[in-house]
Design a protein around this ligand. Structure first.
Ligand code: C2E
Ligand code: CA
Ligand code: CA
Ligand code: CA
Length: 276
């Protein structure tokens, strides 16, 4: 029995070693990607349900590895957050997105995702102000998407930062609404400009499930009572869109309207109208 314990520990240490080395490899690769501009921004259209017209674009980060393959954000954002690399990467995303949008012919909004780390570790309002000034983007065209996780770690400090950001004229959206443990109290803590209903509710809607329908209706009612527009994420089918329209949902985003695409493609398809 003693022998096998030693063996187990050896295996465990080998695993640890491997995990540490894998993390180091990703960290190194992320640093190189940042230095060699191997990050790209893709844009996904958001549209008004009423008019069917594009209202804005969500900015989604893409990493092209040495072999030209896109590494999904879920594979590298957690590592970037653990190592703190999310700070320079997030700054690059903000600056690049504002720079690109400032050059667009139409004054669509851009919605940029913020990591909780960015909210708690830098003078974010100062950085945003400086980037807006530098790029000439009108503050009203920038929306920052924040998940509940960012709120619960340090509610007081976070709401203070969010208020400073709002004072600059940017808007704040609550991302992935309905997936956390305290979505409702988060709504109470800060006057969000938009609620983004998580796409898991859309998936479940397909089964014609009365529960999902009821929950979506309830979220739309909350939005209406608080005068906060609701955007439904992950809309893939005409049936989903029809249901959302009938229930008074304000905006939609999802494969039905357009996938995340490189800037030029997103803009040409950006008139992506939905039948009204
Ligand atoms: P998210 O903010 O919830 O972004 C929406 C995700 O849903 C995107 O995945 C998008 O491609 C996907 N999506 C959009 N429409 C549909 C649809 O109709 N069906 C399905 N099945 N999926 C759809 P993506 O691009 O892989 O990004 C994943 C997550 O990575 C994002 O989730 C966000 O949390 C994070 N992320 C992406 N870019 C950034 C960034 O620049 N900074 C930070 N901090 N996080 C980012
Ligand atoms: Ca988002
Ligand atoms: Ca989301
Ligand atoms: Ca998400």
């Amino acid at each position: 029995a003693k022998g096998s314990l030693t063996v187990d520990i050896c295996f465990y240490e080998a695993d640890m070693d491997q995990a540490v080395r894998a993390r180091r490899r990703v960290t190194q690769a992320l640093r190189e990607a940042l230095d060699n501009e191997r990050f790209e921004l893709h844009y996904q259209v958001q549209a008004s349900v009423q008019t069917g017209k594009a209202t804005g674009y969500e900015v989604l980060l893409r990493w092209k590895d040495e072999d030209g393959r896109y590494v999904p954000p879920s594979d590298f954002i957690p590592v970037a957050e653990e190592t703190g690399l999310i700070l320079p990467i997030g700054e690059w995303v903000l600056r690049q997105a504002c720079k690109q949008a400032a050059a667009w012919a139409e004054s669509h909004k851009i919605a940029v995702n913020l990591s909780p780390i960015q909210l708690s570790h830098v003078d974010l309002p100062g950085l945003v102000q400086q980037i807006l000034k530098e790029t000439g983007l009108d503050a009203s065209r920038l929306e920052l998407e924040i998940t509940e996780t960012a709120m619960i770690s340090d509610m007081e400090r976070t709401t203070h930062v969010l208020r400073q950001l709002k004072a600059l004229g940017v808007t704040i959206a609550m991302d992935d609404f309905g997936t956390g443990y305290s979505s409702l109290s988060t709504l109470r803590a800060f006057p969000f400009d938009k609620i983004k209903l998580d796409r898991s509710f859309m998936t479940e809607l397909d089964g014609d499930e009365p529960q999902s329908q009821a929950i979506i209706r309830a979220v739309l009612t909350i939005g209406e009572s608080l005068s906060i527009p609701v955007l439904a994420e992950g809309v893939e089918t005409a049936e989903q869109l029809a249901f959302l329209r009938a229930q008074g949902c304000n905006e939609v985003q999802g494969y039905l309207l357009g996938r995340p695409q490189p800037e030029a493609d997103a803009l040409t398809n950006g008139a992506a109208q939905i039948a009204t």
